[in-house]
Every structure is written in structure tokens, then in C-alpha cells.
Design a protein around this ligand. Sequence first.
Ligand code: COA
Length: 280
Amino acid sequence: MTALPTDNPDVVAYRVENRIAWVKFNRPDKRNAQSPNLNRRMAEILDELEHRDDVGVLVLTGEGQAWSAGMDLKEYFRESAGKGLEGTRRAQRQAYRWWEQLRFYQKPTIAMVNGWCFGGAYGPLYACDIAVAADEAQFGLSEINWGILPGGGATKVATNSMPFRKAMYHAMMGENLTGQQAAAQGLVTESVPLAQLEARVTEIANVLLKKNPTALKATKDAVRRVMEMTYDNAEDYLIRAQEAADSFDKEGRMEGMKQFLDDKTYKPGLGAYDKDRAKS
Ligand code: COA
């Protein structure tokens, strides 16, 4: 498929440091609203980072006061609709494509929610494996406040993440949740004061970096997949998924067993085996 040009590549910023890729929504003056241009650029960057050996974890965060104020009402909704059905569908595809890529990303992903998080931002929020919010962040399905339903998967994000009564209230009332409320209702994994957010995310990323990457990818996909399966289907899927993972890295778990059973250098109940020792 022909890629559309990215008019301004700066709408997403990124750097890689100590095996962590820090990717930022970078339209702070527009509260990091997702324009078609931003969505195209994000897809390019995710593509570039996905298989890099120097990247072990990806963190998605926002520049300025917002994580992302959702879809850009002007560029994503109004201007795309002005180009007819094709304009709307094209804009939807550009957004949904990178959210889907992120849901099943090769590397573990962490949403570091530093501020406003509305509507269309729930797609990438849910796509990240772990979500850590600032207590000061604000989460809202604001769609009802401007006259539409929470689309782009946002309603599904709410019902998959929150209990029914909380999701219904959240979708209908257009009231915001703080980071702590979002954590209590299941929308994010946890919430910490903004001043500690980056340190906490770095701590989580560093734990993930120590795990076997093949096992992590198999695990994160399994959690998403089994949610929609019966118990028996899930049990069968998990057997097949481990066998498939073995075809890429059987040595990993053999080494994990060896370091516990023979070398007695670690306990799986208390931490990960030393995967670097396995290679040396
Ligand atoms: N789409 C388009 N533009 C947006 C936007 C969005 N989702 N969110 C913010 N912006 C723009 C504003 O229009 C404004 O542009 P301007 O400087 O050219 O006038 C700029 O970003 C700053 O926004 P402002 O509203 O002045 O910032 P604030 O800090 O006072 O308020 C929000 C922040 C997030 C509460 C507010 O911008 C807002 O409600 N945004 C819409 C959120 C929303 O409903 N998103 C769901 C979309 S699915």
C-alpha cells in the first residue's frame, strides 16, 4: 500500500535510551490531539522501532499537559468528513492501524499517562500492555459532551477495562476521572504522583527488560486473546502458543530451569533468571 506523506514529522518525538524507546505525542499546543498527520507519523515510528535490537520496551507518553486529547476534532473529524466517505474511512484506517499494531506489538509497551486522556486516546491507552497514570491526569469519554457516541473502540475499551456500571456511567456522563480513580476502576494499571511518574515507569521497564522477550510477547498476546475464549479454547491456545514460542526460543526456558534446579542461583517465585548468563 502506498504510504501517504507525513507533512510534519515532529508531531511525534522519540528517543531510545538504555533499551527503552520513549515515544511522545508531540503536539502540545493542540493537547496532542491525534490528527491524520500524527497518526501516519506514529505508524512510521512504531514500524521503525518494532524490531530494533536496541529496543526492549516501548513507552508512549505525551509532551506538555496532555497524554492525548483524543482525535483532532478539526483535522480528523471535520476536515476528513469534508472529503466524503473516503476521507473519513482513510482517517479511521490510519488511526486504527497503529493502535492495532500497538496492541500486538513485538515489544512490551507502557502507556505513561502524564495528563489529559480523552476519547480517541483510549485506543492507544488500551493498546499498551501496562498503563501508569499520574494522579493529576484526567480521563474522559468526552464524546457525549460534543454529541457523538464513544467510537473508535473507546466504548469497548471502557467495557473491557471497567465493571459494567462504571463503564456505563463513564460513557454516558462525560465526567472525568483522575488517575487514581482510573486505577480504582481498572482503566489503568496504577497511578502515582506526576513527579514520580517517569521514575515508576522506568522501574517497570527495567523489570520487563530482564525477562525473556519471547516469553513476554507470547504472554501479552495470550492475555488479550484468551479474554474472548472459552476456558477449553484458552487452554488449547496456551498449549499451542507455548509450543510456538519454543520454536523461537526453547533454550530460554531450559536455562531458566537449569539456573533454578541445578545452579540454584535464583528462585522463579522471586525474580527472573539471568538471561545474559545463558548467552555467555
Ligand atoms: N481536537 C482538536 N483540537 C483540540 C483538541 C481536539 N481533541 N483538544 C485540544 N485542541 C486544541 C484547542 O482547540 C486549542 O486550539 P487553539 O489554540 O488553536 O484554539 C488547543 O488545542 C488548546 O486547547 P484548550 O482547549 O485551549 O486547552 P485547555 O488546556 O484549556 O483544555 C482540554 C484542554 C483537553 C480539556 C480541551 O482542549 C478539550 O476539551 N479538548 C477536547 C477533548 C475531547 O473531547 N476529545 C475527544 C475527541 S474524540
